[in-house]
Ligand binder design. Structure first.
Ligand SMILES: [Zn+2]
Ligand SMILES: [Zn+2]
Length: 388
């Protein structure tokens, strides 16, 4: 038996080594991916304006000008924002900050709180928020330690910092991330509460940009293949051919990824939570219960809250510009759905025995629902536990 235990300990140690190495590679490759992405989107933009732009007449250029300005502006602006806005960290010093303010580390403050005159801020353009942040930060410590929204604030077992609901520890960034979605090498960091809006909008605009190249560069693509035809652009033919093919591939792959993300957003869940919710849903249905995601406020409301364009958020036009829009929640507590109300029949006057039976029936209906609660998983691997 000691031999067996020794072997299993060795296997676990090996797995941990491999996992650490994979995390190190992901972290080290991050800057290379970001450089590659900038090279591709800037190179693609130059080739497009050099080859397609020069062939447009003045009238065509004027008609297409909204596309020719707004698409590159958002493509480069959103990528710059998603790589520069920190995902959101629950730093210990945030506990001391006012509960009403968005909570952040020093680096985030530069982005979220400071410099009201920055060109990235929507307020600078008269597009300010119409309401206040919906949720509250940590409250003064009670008998059972610090609390958020009446719930006990948990501690991360890996970095020992506070771990609010929906936060997860990223083993590449080596810290907890508020409302973590996933670690993305293409942005060399995590997608969390502060940059997820920019992440989804970047995917949207890069999809649109790819299809603009495919649609407007169609004739040029064929003439780039026919070497007997004249090629007036500075961009080499082969470069344009490759960029065009890449745009077709990206124009298919990115929208597939994007629609998966949008699907999760409409369900009120992150990538990590989608695994957890699927697991909890299975467990609940195996026990004859109905699982409810506590953060699912309804399809439309989930989308409005995600993009922070609900009536308490920013104007919808902000979706068309690369502006620094903070999230609807501060990342420490989130609006939660209510248990569905059982459908009560026609208004009828119920006498004592019928009333008692009816209440028991309604109670039973409500008792069949199970609402996912905090602490489902400890890290980005997900799918760890069920309710307890
Ligand atoms: Zn942590
Ligand atoms: Zn990360």
């Amino acid at each position: 038996m000691p031999l067996l235990r020794g072997c299993s300990a060795l296997v676990i140690r090996c797995f941990k080594r491999v996992e650490h190495f994979a995390d190190w590679i992901t972290g080290a490759a991050g800057p290379v991916f970001v450089f590659l992405c900038w090279t591709l989107i800037i190179g693609g933009g130059i080739a497009f304006f050099d080859v397609v732009g020069r062939s447009l007449s003045l009238i065509q250029a004027l008609i297409l000008s909204p596309i020719l300005i707004i698409v590159p502006l958002n493509l480069y602006g959103q990528y710059w924002l998603v790589t520069h806005v920190p995902p959101g960290y629950p730093s210990p010093r945030a506990i001391a900050l006012s509960p009403d303010k968005p909570i952040s580390t020093k680096k985030e403050e530069q982005w979220i709180m400071r410099d009201q005159r920055s060109l990235w801020r929507p307020e600078r353009w008269g597009l300010g928020r119409r309401g206040r942040v919906l949720t509250r930060g940590p409250e003064p410590a009670g008998p059972s330690g610090p609390q958020v929204g009446g719930r006990r604030l948990k501690k991360c077992r890996k970095c020992d910092g506070p771990k609010p609901e929906r936060a997860h520890h990223c083993s590449v960034c080596k810290r907890c991330i508020l409302m973590m979605d996933h670690h993305c090498p293409w942005i060399n960091g995590c997608v969390g509460i502060y940059n997820q809006r920019h992440f989804v909008l970047f995917m949207t605009w890069i999809s649109i940009a790819c299809w603009c190249v495919v649609a407007l560069g169609y004739d040029h693509f064929w003439s780039s293949l026919l070497y007997n035809q004249k090629w007036p652009a500075y961009t080499p033919r082969i470069a344009f051919t490759l960029i065009y093919v890449l745009c077709i591939a990206m124009g298919i792959a990115v929208p597939v990824l994007l629609s998966w993300h949008i699907h999760m957003i409409t369900k009120g869940e992150t990538s990590i939570e989608s695994h957890d919710n699927a697991y909890l849903d299975n467990r609940a249905s195996a026990e004859g219960l109905i699982y409810l995601n506590p953060y699912n406020m309804g399809r439309k409301q989930n989308l409005l809250l995600f993009f922070n364009i609900a009536p308490s958020g920013y104007p919808r036009i902000t979706l068309l510009f690369p502006l620094l829009i903070p999230p609807a929640s501060n990342g420490w507590s989130f609006p939660r759905r209510a248990l569905p109300e059982p459908v009560v029949g026609e208004t009828q006057v119920l006498q004592a025995p019928e009333l008692a039976a009816r209440s028991a029936e309604l109670g039973e209906i409500r008792g069949r629902y199970v609402m996912g609660d905090e602490g489902l998983t400890d890290d980005e691997e997900g799918g760890a536990g069920y309710m307890d």
